[in-house]
Ligand binder design. Structure first.
Ligand SMILES: [Cu+2]
Length: 669
């Protein structure tokens, strides 16, 4: 049975959302002028940049919308051969953790930085899910510049959602663990395991730090979102497993009718921390960041965090009952409505921030859990969307009074109206949609023109390529009353979640090359005359330049077996999009990729005596193939003098060459 039929029969059996149950005919995909609506002619730009997490690839993929064209893959938590990320001596430190170098992790939730509750195009944050970390990507260069590890946490899933001015990004633990982690029986889960919500200071590049952690009951924390407008100052986190099961969660964590959204008054928490109510607690974690000028990443080990217990700061956390095993918690653009999404729920619950404040004032509590007051469900509820479909996961908003919720089990997007809670439209997806995204759809003013569905399973969508198929995204036009499918495209890794913003917010600030004059790498060579070779014990340092179409120096002698050679190569081009590469025969890491103005270092330990060529790996000019040189390796103790051939002739030859394709390319910019 095909998957579409299989999921159809499951849906029919449940007799809900039968509209989602059909095998789409191909003509449904491209009716009318859908193809024209996504066509972006060569030389023209897409309107939006969409940043999709790569899930288990550990990276971020940038797509243009509406075309769906892949523009770039940005490495974050995994080493990446396309540009040497994680391999060069300059950037290896970004992947350091207290567990050592972790060169492959799992990314889930990209989050754009905000100013006054609106995406501002400065940075993109994303979580490392397995070994909890938060990364900052600089959107002027589309490069990862900073990564902070989160201690007392395991599976940093509810992360890194931002406050309205990116004062903080958060990370809540998915798995509760002993805090601090220690050798305790797993059967002591209820007594010994805790959850943590970490508030990470994020508004200054290079200085991310864990401002404080809030110690929570031992549940599993899933997603979060900051309040806005009237609810600014609050943060909301979903949790499941309020049963505190520690085995067979599939059954044992689904017993309770309701789990909880934790409403956290973060401004009050900030005040309590200032007032000395948090406890400085030992915790080891690494903070890695790239120095702005030298572009060298460093690691700083930290040794403690401030931990705030809710009982030491009354009013800082309340629990809102929410049906059942919730995933998403999404705040509408006005900041009034808090929308839960329960994977097993039959309704979409919408809570009211105003009612929540009234319930707190009236002490409308259903007791407490671990000293945290539990608000009465009815006292906080604004309304429930009835019969939305099966498996509501995540909601975003179009800024025109409508909400769109992804339905994992019934594989559809459901559009409903805020205030009336009536379903007004539904559109099938192929298959098993997880998160969905509207550009700015979780901000104060969404650009409510497109909606992107991120689907977990592809099956019969594209030409089959093997047992594992690429996952998929589907673009809908939501500018009219009815959703309209425009495009269907495969993605890199698992498109877990995405955020997007108008390209114009980024394009104007795009860095075209790194200024050579500002490069403070200690091994920078700014001209051919700067190149050379030096020995310090068994370490040999080579300073080299790369320019169309040669390296200088191009020949090196006097290296001996047992030496470690450091090639410090500077691309001295000052022109847009002229990249050079560097590789040596027998080296066992990826090649270097050098952006214009950048110095990067390759560590090479020769294994044999002989002469070894090196060459440029990035096609840069008509004479790219001639861009090469040699390094001679002699026996230990040999008396070959240490020499580097920095030939002024090479430069003269270059000047006489007719203008090649590479310089033509740069000339018009
Ligand atoms: Cu998720």
């Amino acid at each position: 049975m095909s998957l579409s039929r299989l999921s159809c029969s499951l849906i029919v059996a449940s007799a809900v959302a039968a509209t989602a149950c059909r095998t789409p005919a191909p003509q449904d995909l491209l009716t009318g002028d859908a193809a024209r609506a996504v066509y972006v002619a060569p030389g023209h730009y897409d309107e939006f940049y969409a940043f999709l997490s790569g899930g288990y690839s550990g990276q971020v993929a940038v797509y243009g919308l509406p075309s769906g064209r892949l523009l770039k893959e940005i490495p974050v938590f995994s080493a990446f051969p396309e540009n040497g990320y994680g391999y060069t001596e300059e950037n290896r430190a970004l992947l350091q953790t207290t567990y050592g170098m972790v060169p492959w992790d799992d990314t889930h939730h990209p989050e754009l930085s905000q100013t006054n509750g609106l995406p501002d195009g400065r940075w993109l944050f994303i979580n490392g899910n397995n070994t909890p970390r938060i990364a900052r990507i600089d959107l002027t260069r589309f490069e990862t510049d900073e990564i902070i590890q989160i201690p007392n946490s395991a599976g940093g899933h509810a992360s890194p959602f931002t406050t309205g001015n990116s004062e903080y990004v958060v990370s809540a633990t998915r798995f509760s663990v002993p805090v601090p982690n220690s050798d305790v029986p797993i059967a002591d889960y209820k007594e010994r395991f805790k959850g943590t919500l970490s508030f990470v200071r994020a508004d200054q590049p290079g200085k991310m730090d864990i401002a404080f952690q809030i110690l929570m009951p031992g549940y599993d924390y899933d997603l979060g979102h900051a309040g806005k407008g009237p609810s600014d100052g609050w943060f909301f986190f979903t949790s499941y497993n309020s049963e505190q099961a520690y085995t067979k969660l599939e059954v044992n964590a689904s017993r309770n009718d309701k789990d909880y959204i934790a409403a956290v008054h973060w401004k009050l928490a900030e005040q309590c921390v200032k007032d000395g109510k948090a406890h400085r607690t030992p915790a080891e974690y690494d903070h890695n960041y790239v120095d702005e000028k030298s572009r060298i990443a460093v690691t700083e080990r930290k040794h403690s965090v401030l931990v705030l217990k809710p009982e030491d700061c009354p009013g800082v956390v309340y629990l809102i009952p929410t049906p059942k095993s919730p995933h998403g918690v999404d705040i509408d653009p006005t900041g009034e409505y808090i929308v839960g999404g329960g994977k097993l729920a039959t309704v979409i619950p919408v809570h009211s921030f105003t009612k929540m404040q009234q319930a707190i004032a009236a002490k409308a509590f259903d007791g407490d859990l671990d000293g945290i007051p539990v608000l009465k469900y009815e006292a906080v509820l604004a309304g429930e969307v009835q019969h939305p479909g099966l498996g509501p996961l995540h909601t975003e908003f179009d800024g025109k009074g409508y909400a769109y919720t992804s339905m994992f089990i019934s594989s559809e997007v459901v559009k409903w109206k805020l205030g009336t809670w009536q379903v007004v439209d539904r559109a099938p997806t192929y298959y098993s949609i997880g998160h969905l995204m509207i550009p700015g759809g979780d901000s104060r003013q969404p650009w409510g023109k497109y909606l992107l569905a991120m689907n977990k399973i592809t099956k019969d969508r594209y030409l089959p390529t093997g047992p594992e198929l690429d996952q998929s995204a589907q673009l809908f036009d939501i500018s009219g009353g009815k959703m309209r499918l425009l495009l269907d495209f495969p993605t890199v890794g698992e498109p877990h979640y995405a955020q997007a913003l108008p390209a114009s917010l980024i394009r104007a600030r795009q860095v075209k090359f790194l200024a050579l004059a500002g490069n403070t790498n200690p091994y920078v060579a700014r001209s051919e005359a700067d190149g050379g070779i030096t020995r310090s014990g068994k370490a040999v340092h080579v300073k080299m330049i790369a320019i169309r179409s040669h390296f200088a120096p191009d020949n090196l002698e006097g290296v001996m077996l047992g030496d470690t050679v450091y090639f410090h190569v500077t691309n001295i081009e000052q022109d847009w999009d002229i990249v050079h590469g560097f590789a040596v025969l027998g080296m066992n890491t990826a090649n270097l990729i050098l952006l214009p103005g950048e110095t990067r270092t390759l560590r090479w330990v020769p294994q044999e005596v002989g002469v070894f060529p090196f060459y440029c790996t990035d096609f840069c000019s008509a004479l790219h193939q001639e861009m090469q040189g040699y390094i001679r390796v002699s026996a230990p103790g040999s008396n070959v003098p240490l020499t580097a051939n920095t030939s002024p002739k090479a430069a003269t030859q270059q000047a006489r060459m007719p203008m090649n394709h590479g310089s033509m390319k740069g000339a018009g910019r």
